[in-house]
Write a protein that binds this ligand. Sequence first.
Ligand code: PMV
Length: 361
Amino acid sequence: MDYRNPKLLLDANQLPTGKVKWRSPSNIALVKYWGKHGRQLPRNASLSLTLSAAHTETELHYRPKKEHNDRVPVNLFLDGTPQPAFAERVQGFFEGITTIYPFLRQLDLSVYTSNSFPHSAGIASSASAMSALALCLCSLERKFFLALSDDQAFFRKASYLARLGSGSASRSLYPVAALWGYHTEVKGSSDEVAIPFADQLHPVFQSFRDTIVLVSKATKQVSSSAGHQLMEQNVFADVRYQQANQHLSRLLLASREGDLEIFGSIIESEALTLHALMMTSNPSYILMEPATLEMIQRVRAFRTEQQLPLYFTLDAGPNLHLLYPSEHMEAIGAFIQESLAPLGTGQIIEDSVGQGPVEID
Ligand code: PMV
């Protein structure tokens, strides 16, 4: 896959002014991506559910750039407030893809972005933020060069670009579920882009719920990029990548058949493995809190006692994601409210599997 294209330059005498806007969701990994190499390439394939309520809206404004240089200056506002640190990351991302989109050097860009979830909620916003930005860039290509008219090509390129911004963002482009990374059993799978996966799932997953119980609003002590880096020296790294591929093989089958028990055992093992890898890194770190563990014990006890399909997963943080079929919303919702929420900050976020990004006129 080579998207480099020196021809994507604008007529210097008629540089455009305008804007594009996208809403893009976050996603929750079932098989985790943890460990990377080269230019944002994963050490193992991962599979995620696309969320709905947790999303980012991003408006990208462009106008002719005054100076002639190689920089891609970016102003960035989160909920109307300038964010210089995030602006710098986005500028780095744009400057890293000028061989793909050389026209970026001809424009002055301003990004207006907002998340549907509170900034302090401890939900990773990079997947939704970077996928929304990638979609805005593909919209520019479509607009300026009348290219990418085929939706499949459009979202594939957006997934490629999103990946360069944040690996997990590559999976936010598709409805219901996406798979990123080459796996021998998945036709069309690739380390460079995520592929749609909805049609491989049993109907029970199409309306799955993800209730997120917030345990802490503190910012992470160790960033994801530092975490990926630490995997390079982790003594369990190789066996972990093998395990991920085996988990994915078994999950593919369970997801097709709607086998919730196998599904649950794999996703819980994935969550605990992710955190075990953090604990066994050097230096070691722990992102779970005592309340996270107490909640996990209660989820497992509830499942045994009530015989209901409630399973947990974790992202790179202490907050518990609870996954279950929507038909059990009432009984499980009451348990979460009464027995889990008080152990954390008391705040919960109700989300469910979603239909993917939307362009906003
Ligand atoms: O996309 P990154 O580089 O922030 O990595 C995130 C990795 C996890 O969220 C922890 C797992 C995953 O597969 O989403």
